[in-house]
Design a protein around this ligand. Sequence first.
Ligand code: ZN
Length: 198
Amino acid sequence: MKGDNPPGATADLPLGPWRAGENVPWTVSWTGEQEFDLQISQDFPGLVDLAQVQRPGIGLPKFAALHVTRHRTAMAKLLCHVCGKPTEKSDRYLFPTDSGGFVTLPDESRRYASNVPPVHLACARRAQKQCPHLRGAGAIPIPYPHEAAPLMPRTDVVEGMEKLAQSMGQNLKIVYSCYRLHGKRFSERVERLRERNM
Ligand SMILES: [Zn+2]
């Protein structure tokens, strides 16, 4: 089943019908996928993953809400945010000025934390044309760093999941989301890029 343009769609949005992995990024969730469960975490030993039912293409895309399971899989395996296929080292990019944020480590150093999976360069170019947010911001794809960037869990309740969190067990450490904590050099580079864009 293909989604249609939502009522009130404007010229800023790509024209429907919506297709997962084409004009809707692979990691975006759909209204037909709003069922959740818990499972033993594959990526974070000792923790429990929030898992979301997989029915991409059913209903309408929810551009503001990433699919919990596809997002985590893409972050862990470095799959492309747009098409969902693996990214090779030589073709792996980020939009670090327009996604993610900075965290301060116990030693007071500031590190860039990316919460959106990488993209292929061709997929980045397509996203620049189709995504009103990226287009408006003049976002530029930056090659993924060579520095190690460990995958980190977020067990605090992320925005938009408060209701769901209330319905889950109280005593479990649940992984709601995850991010990559980038190294010193790349973090400094992202900081400089952001300053230039201000
Ligand atoms: Zn791709």
